[in-house]
Design a protein around this ligand. Structure first.
Ligand code: SAM
Length: 210
């Protein structure tokens, strides 16, 4: 089920759905998604679907991971990136191949430690993890070239906007009229430019730590 052919079919699907950045497709191709889910779900790891990872959380759909990553990249590889919501660590592993350094925050310590073990197994050494409430970002390492939020906040957290470099991008799901949309906000010398990308369906960003 995790044959090269099965994995390649997923990359082709993501391409067909409109993700064309070769760096993103290559990072997706290089990342073994079955490592990031429970063994019982490994045979479904290369389906284009979100899967449960315990604690009421999910590993995001591969297309969504690819789309958000593409939206975050301005051109080439980034310097520093912050992810809010480490979860399984899959999105973080993709980012780690496209940025010099990735910081990732998770509120559930059991998920964070499982992700840490996976990064060690995969030899990913440019990831810095933090157990905390990501709504306040990571001011001690700001500003960032990119911030990617993988849980849906109520509104746009001002702390995250403040932690962007000029030219930096914040990609996040935002609640609108009972649904969610994926937003990309770019910090400019004049203020913030906002683009609506597509509909989204993320678990909520929750305050506090577990
Ligand atoms: N990026 C993840 C992956 O690739 O597996 C998907 C994560 S899941 C859709 C969202 C994650 O955000 C969950 O692990 C959840 O615990 C975490 N989360 C929710 N609210 C948070 C907060 N305030 N701070 C940090 N993490 C949070």
């Amino acid at each position: 089920m995790t044959s090269q052919r099965t994995r390649e079919r997923l990359i082709q699907r993501i391409r067909d759905m409109g993700v064309r950045n070769p760096l993103v497709l290559e990072a997706m191709r290089n990342t073994p998604r079955h490592i990031f889910v429970d063994e019982a779900l490994a045979s479904r790891a290369y389906e284009d679907t979100a899967l449960p990872i315990g604690h009421g959380q999910t590993i995001s759909q591969p297309y969504t991971v690819a789309r958000m990553t593409e939206a975050l990249l301005a051109g080439g590889v980034l310097d520093t990136v912050l992810e809010i919501g480490t979860g399984s660590g899959y999105q973080c592993a993709i980012l780690s191949q496209l940025a010099r350094r990735v910081y990732s925050i998770e509120r559930i310590s059991a998920l964070l430690e499982a992700a840490r073990t996976r990064f060690r197994e995969l030899g990913l050494r440019n990831i810095h993890l933090k157990h905390s409430d990501g709504g306040v970002g990571l001011p001690e390492y700001a500003p960032f070239d990119g911030i990617l939020v993988t849980a849906a906040p109520e509104g746009i957290p001002p702390a995250l906007l403040e932690q962007l470099k000029i030219g930096g991008r914040l990609v996040l799901p935002a609640k609108v009229r009972g649904g969610q949309v994926l937003l990309r906000i770019t910090s400019t010398p004049q203020g913030y430019d906002q683009e609506q990308l597509e509909t989204a369906n993320f678990v909520p960003l929750v305050g506090g730590v577990l």
